[in-house]
Design a protein around this ligand. Structure first.
Ligand code: IPE
Ligand code: IPE
Ligand code: MG
Length: 262
């Protein structure tokens, strides 16, 4: 059986730390931010890059180990052609402009999603950035691009079936699937944040959000920054993470890392 480096929240009780170890963000509301200012929607995307820079800085300062952001969903291709092409160009431009800063700050960059429809130039920029920062260990920044939670589960199932010797005829388990998920290098998110007021998951990290604390804010992504992140973390710190247990058990139990039902 392939052993994952991280505990699954449904197979055992992970340790919950004060500072979320992994924060996952749906950066939403760029278009509305711009329209409110009578600017084209894409101006909101450009401004959103500044918010991302500030949030990365703040996560670094706070000792967050994994930051995963949703930049482009598998459904965002449905948008007007011009907006999609602006987003692709912005991705290229921002990667070029920021990669040195990312590296200097000892951040490891990964881009997760189905990259096949992307421009060759963008894909090679991504691969170069990943290679450059592969040895960095201060924080893991993951950008989800042409990513969808269902895509991830389906591609993982395909890989699991291809490696079907792992099952050896017994029923498949979480442990067989999980190593093939695109985000298998990270623990599950402790804190999920969605800006922009919508209270939905929009096909983001469907598998991994099983026991994440969900935080929704009306703040639009271009106005989200250090202070707003602090509020989200404060809300997280006030939550009781029970992972299926009772409140009473939490008082008496130490975080339990043994498997529940193995
Ligand atoms: C999020 O902002 C960015 C992407 C989806 C690429 P939106 O563009 O969805 O902004 P709103 O939700 O229309 O305001
Ligand atoms: C989710 O936002 C995707 C990203 C932020 C990249 P959307 O704006 O696409 O989500 P819906 O369409 O409102 O659900
Ligand atoms: Mg939106």
């Amino acid at each position: 059986m392939v052993r994952l480096p991280f505990l699954s929240s449904t197979r055992s009780v992970p340790e919950a730390s004060k500072v979320p170890r992994h924060i996952a963000i749906i950066m939403d509301g760029n278009g509305r931010w711009a329209r409110k200012r009578l600017m084209p929607r894409v101006a909101g995307h450009a401004k959103g890059v500044d918010s991302l820079r500030e949030v990365i800085r703040s996560c670094l300062d706070r000792g967050v180990e994994y930051l995963t952001v949703f930049a482009f969903s598998s459904e965002n291709w449905r948008r007007p052609k011009d907006e999609v092409s602006f987003l692709m160009q912005l991705f290229v431009k921002s990667l070029k402009a920021e990669i040195d800063r990312i590296h200097r700050n000892e951040i490891r960059l990964r881009v997760v999603g189905d990259l096949t429809p992307f421009d060759e130039a963008l894909v090679s920029l991504i691969r170069d950035g990943e290679a450059l920062t592969a040895g960095n260990g201060k924080m893991n920044l993951t950008i989800c691009a042409n990513y969808g939670g269902r895509w991830d589960i389906m591609q993982a199932v395909e890989k699991m079936m291809a490696a079907s010797s792992t099952s050896g005829g017994r029923p498949y388990s979480e442990e067989d699937l999980a190593p093939h998920l695109a985000l298998s290098f990270s623990p599950e998110p402790d804190l999920f944040i969605r800006t922009g007021g919508e209270q939905r998951i929009s096909n983001f990290m469907l598998w991994q959000l099983a026991y994440s604390e969900l935080y929704f804010t009306d703040k639009l992504w271009p106005e989200f920054g250090e202070a707003a992140l602090g509020e989200a973390i404060a809300s997280y710190q006030g939550r009781e993470r029970r992972f299926g247990r009772t409140s009473e058990q939490l008082v008496s139990d130490k975080p339990d890392t043994t498997s529940d039902h193995a």
